[in-house]
Design a protein. Structure first.
Length: 99
């Protein structure tokens, strides 16, 4: 089963200290389950704001959304992205027997 993460990448309005991408979710599932989890994250993500007054969600592709969150004093933008694990140097190959 594929492994996925959902990332929130700040693109507008966030202070320089908060500019790093955050992992919102990490899970295993089908492509359809992963895309559903991505949409759920776009609907629920609030960064670290006390109260979101308005949320706008723009679909960029089946694996990314741009969300614009309006707080009391400012508006912030985030790219919410779905990423599939394609390599893990720590994983054992599946076709080799365990020792």
């Amino acid at each position: 089963m594929p492994r996925w993460i959902v990332l929130a990448v700040p693109v507008a309005g966030v202070a320089e200290i908060d500019r790093e991408a955050r992992t919102v979710a990490e899970f295993e599932g089908s492509t359809e389950e992963a895309e559903a989890a991505l949409l759920q994250a776009a609907n629920a993500y609030e960064h670290s704001f006390w109260k979101v007054r308005r949320r706008e969600i723009f679909k960029c592709s089946s694996r990314s959304y741009f969300i614009r969150l309006q707080g009391r004093l400012a508006t912030y933008g985030f790219l919410i992205q779905l990423a599939e694990l394609v390599h893990d140097s720590d994983a054992k190959p599946k076709d080799q027997p365990f020792d």
